[in-house]
Design a protein. Structure first.
Length: 371
């Protein structure tokens, strides 16, 4: 653990950097905007883990611009002194160009949250392929999260209304791999409960709260004209759920009482709405993938020093719901969002030879907090 970190903004590339004397350097091309809470949480947990492992971390923000993201990533790879490792997100399938440039400069690259789709694999190859510096990917089970969220809505709706239950689903987008998996999980749950549910709409809000509010308002107006009682709204993330909540309130409906509502992100506002009963749950924990990427790169780098060169490969971790059953424990431990209190060295498996036995569960996270 280092005693001090100097943080500074690198204005030319919209960066947040931690600079200290350390041989191992990592650059993360963050696809989000500074101030966008989820992506800031990814950065914050990544920084907290980097501090624990004495990793020199730089974060460049693409400001939710896929073209700019590719440009920034390529710029990093073309530096006179590039980083030892690169962390990329295949947001809107835009990371391919960066990886190919990283291969040319022999920069080892780890994918985060969104891996390459099967059709992209034909061009970028697999981890460990000759000429490729792709190490692997650390990704959450978005399919399981989407399905779990929808099943929770079924249970909630069953307690309020007779079937069939009318459901509105609002996804983030139709391009990002994580979003595709989350949407597919919701659809899989719907298919298994066809007799009891009626999916009225599956719309897309581009991860935007205001757009989600407008979509929900139009849906509710349609439902009212057709004498339909909405039972539940599946929202792909918390901001989308917040937009849906505002539309429900404007329509005179009480979120959580008249209409069941779920979100995802473990955001501070989402947790408050779970406490108040307006949201059934907020699924998530995937922002901690930022920290998990540092754990994996620390262990890979240590093994590399021992001349163990096996790629990381695919590492999947479970997302989890925070609901009435576990919210108080979570808030008592991490309600302040001080990720630095987590001892991320407890998650390292540096003495093992593989990457399949990591425990990134919520229980392990809460147990790894310094008192």
């Amino acid at each position: 653990m280092i005693s001090s970190i100097r943080l500074f903004a690198c204005s030319a590339a919209m960066t947040l950097c931690a600079s200290h004397a350390q041989a191992m350097s990592v650059t993360f091309v963050n696809p989000g905007k500074q101030g966008e809470r989820f992506w800031d949480m990814v950065t914050e947990t990544m920084q907290a883990a980097a501090d624990d492992f004495d990793i020199e971390l730089e974060v460049v923000y693409a400001q939710r611009n896929r073209v700019r993201m590719a440009e920034l990533g390529v710029e990093v790879t073309q530096r006179e002194t590039p980083p030892d490792y690169l962390v990329l997100v295949n947001e809107e399938q835009a990371a391919e160009r960066i990886l190919l440039s990283a291969n040319q400069r022999n920069i080892r690259t780890l994918m985060l949250l969104n891996d390459f789709l099967p059709e992209q694999r034909q061009r970028v190859g697999q981890p460990g392929d000759q000429g490729s510096k792709l190490l692997g990917a650390i990704t959450p089970d978005n399919f399981g999260a989407g399905k779990r969220m929808m099943n929770a809505l079924f249970k909630c709706a069953d307690a309020k209304y007779a079937p069939p239950h009318h459901i509105l689903a609002i996804g983030g987008d139709q391009l990002t791999p994580a979003s595709i998996d989350r949407n597919n999980g919701a659809v899989a749950a719907l298919k298994s409960a066809e007799a009891n549910t009626q999916l009225d709409r599956f719309l897309f809000a581009n991860w935007n709260q205001k757009e989600a509010q407008n979509l929900t308002q139009r849906y509710l107006s349609w439902a009212e004209r057709n004498n339909i009682q909405p039972a539940a709204i599946w929202a792909a993330n918390d901001p989308i759920a917040f937009g849906a909540r505002e539309a429900l309130k404007q329509q005179g409906l009480k979120p959580g009482k008249d209409v069941c509502l779920v979100g995802l992100n473990w955001s501070a506002q989402g947790l408050k709405l779970v406490q108040s009963g307006e949201m059934l749950l907020t699924d998530g924990g995937h922002f901690l993938a930022g920290a998990w990427s540092m754990v994996l790169l620390n262990d890979y780098n240590a093994r590399l020093q021992r001349d163990e060169r096996s790629p990381v490969g695919p590492v999947r971790f479970q997302m989890q719901s925070i609901d009435k059953t576990n919210i108080e424990r979570y808030l008592s431990k991490l309600g302040d969002e001080n990720w630095g209190k987590i001892d991320f060295t407890q998650f390292s498996r540096v003495d093992q030879s593989g990457y399949s036995d990591y425990d990134f569960s919520l229980d392990h996270v809460l147990n790894a907090i310094d008192r």
